[in-house]
Design a protein around this ligand. Structure first.
Ligand SMILES: [Mg+2]
Length: 97
């Protein structure tokens, strides 16, 4: 996420509580799951492009909310977990080769 986007996000975060944003995070994750499933059904039909646009919107919503959750839960702690998970996955890939 760019610095410009992070500044916009900071403004939002500072106007809401963790509880409020946690609720929206849950809603947006559910909407993204539905959009991802809908895309599967739209595969090979005239609705495919519409389904892709919809999923794109829902992914954007999830990222906006996930970034806010990262802030509320501790950016350094979350980033530390991300780093160890990425490293672990890279190790798994290397083991498979
Ligand atoms: Mg939606």
């Amino acid at each position: 996420m760019s610095e410009e986007l992070r500044e916009l996000l900071w403004y939002i975060v500072s106007n809401y509580t963790f509880g409020q944003q946690r609720e929206i995070f849950v809603e947006k994750c559910a909407e993204a799951i539905q959009a991802a499933q809908k895309l599967k059904r739209a595969n090979g039909t005239a609705d495919y492009e519409k389904a892709i646009s919809h999923l794109r919107e829902e992914v954007a919503d999830v990222l906006i909310m996930a970034e806010q959750m990262r802030y509320f839960l501790g950016e350094e702690k979350v980033d530390g977990i991300i780093k160890s998970k990425l490293e672990r996955q890279i190790e798994r890939i290397k083991e498979e080769v």
